[in-house]
Design a protein around this ligand. Structure first.
Ligand code: CP3
Length: 344
């Protein structure tokens, strides 16, 4: 069958005249309709586990803007919760989890196959979306990469420098590796279920990859990503995978080849021109626009958007931000970005 969906064409390596577009955190607090549905669900986690309402918030940015892809509404921290970690969100502050400090804390977790029952509402959301999305819109499933998820599980919260995870990795490498191995296995099973339910593309978010240096980057960012991708490719060779080792810098070079990813998403600490020279030769690239432009808008948003489109014009490219859109963004700036990409 000839592939018509633009996102899938770009992921297959095609250079398109206009890059397809979606946006990290496109379903989120900057949209009044999202805030209304979250209030209806009660809170953020109840929204994630309510398949009908999670599908509704996934569809909201598609209705409003006609993005080329939608991303399943869920969170990377649902996986540790399914593995037995306590999880709650503190309004205005972020996630809190039980911590991992000892072998006993690790032993108390559940085996990887706990993801099947506990996360069944998420697979149901995927099924609803495949029925309700427009035929041209690609559905992206996702998970956190093991290092990033481990940083939250070990510290029990988000940390500016991932200090507690680095400390455990250095003081008790065996225990740390057990956490990574459990997450690799759980993530493979979780993402397999998403694909079975209808996810057409998978994205792995390694938001804190940038704090791993040298051999640690290979061991804990590259290697787990590679293990997950090879297991998924063995079962689902036709499902493209996007890897996002945020903050990788020089280590973006060769990441696609080393892990088997079809596309590497990159943040705004490198330029689109640099990505064209060092990354795009290996496959599709995605990202780069600083999310602050969605708050400030204006000529700077337009010229920066045009610059990224032009820099990446000669190869496969999916237009996206360098990180998630923030709650203070102006929904009109999103439309301005889309209009700029489509007329560039
Ligand atoms: O539109 C989408 O992108 C789909 C859903 C999605 C969410 N989180 C919803 C969400 C996705 C793909 C994520 C990924 C995620 N979650 C990451 C990786 C990407 C990144 O941003 O680096 C991480 C690190 C998390 C963990 C997480 N979830 C944190 C640290 C927070 C609090 C910070 C914040 O932005 O509020 C969340 C909460 C969260 N996840 C919200 C949303 C829409 C906001 C919660 C709310 O509505 O109250």
């Amino acid at each position: 069958m000839v592939q018509q969906k633009t996102i899938l064409r770009a992921l297959a390596g095609e250079t398109l005249p206009t890059p397809p577009i979606w946006m990290m955190r496109q379903a989120g607090r900057y949209l009044p309709e999202y805030r209304a549905t979250r209030a209806q669900a009660g809170d953020f986690l109840s929204l994630c586990y309510n398949s009908e309402l999670a599908a509704e918030v996934t569809l909201q940015p598609i209705r409003r803007y006609g993005f080329d892809a939608s991303i399943l509404f869920a969170d990377i921290l649902l996986l540790p919760q399914a593995l037995g970690a306590d999880l709650w969100f503190v309004t205005g502050e972020g996630p809190r989890l039980s911590t991992i400090q000892s072998d006993a804390d690790f032993q108390a977790l559940k085996p990887a196959d706990a993801v099947h029952d506990k996360l069944s509402p998420i697979y149901e959301t995927v099924k609803i979306l495949r029925q309700e999305l427009p035929s041209e819109t690609t559905l992206i499933g996702f998970a956190g990469a093991p290092w990033t998820v481990a940083t939250y599980m070990i510290a029990g919260r988000g940390t500016p420098d991932q200090g507690p995870a680095h400390a455990l990795k250095d003081s008790n490498p065996e225990l740390f590796q057990s956490v990574i191995d459990l997450l690799v296995e759980g993530t493979i099973q979780y993402l397999s279920e998403q694909i079975k339910a209808g996810a057409e593309v998978i994205k792995l978010f390694d938001s804190w990859a940038g704090s791993l240096k040298g051999a640690d980057f290979d061991r804990y960012a590259l290697e787990p990503t590679k293990r997950i991708i090879s297991a998924l490719k063995a079962m689902y060779p036709d499902t493209p995978i996007i890897a996002f080792p945020r903050g990788a810098g020089e280590r973006y070079i060769g990441f696609a080849e080393a892990t088997g990813a079809d596309c590497v998403a990159f943040d705004d600490s490198v330029t689109a021109e640099w990505a064209a020279e060092h990354m795009q030769g290996q496959g599709c690239v995605q990202g780069n626009l600083a999310s602050s432009h969605m708050v400030t808008g204006g000529d700077a948003l337009v010229s920066e958007t045009q610059r990224i489109v032009n820099a990446l014009r000669k190869g496969p490219h999916i237009f996206n931000l360098g990180h998630g859109i923030t709650p203070d963004a102006d929904p009109e700036n999103v439309q301005l970005m889309i209009d700029t990409v489509r007329s560039a």
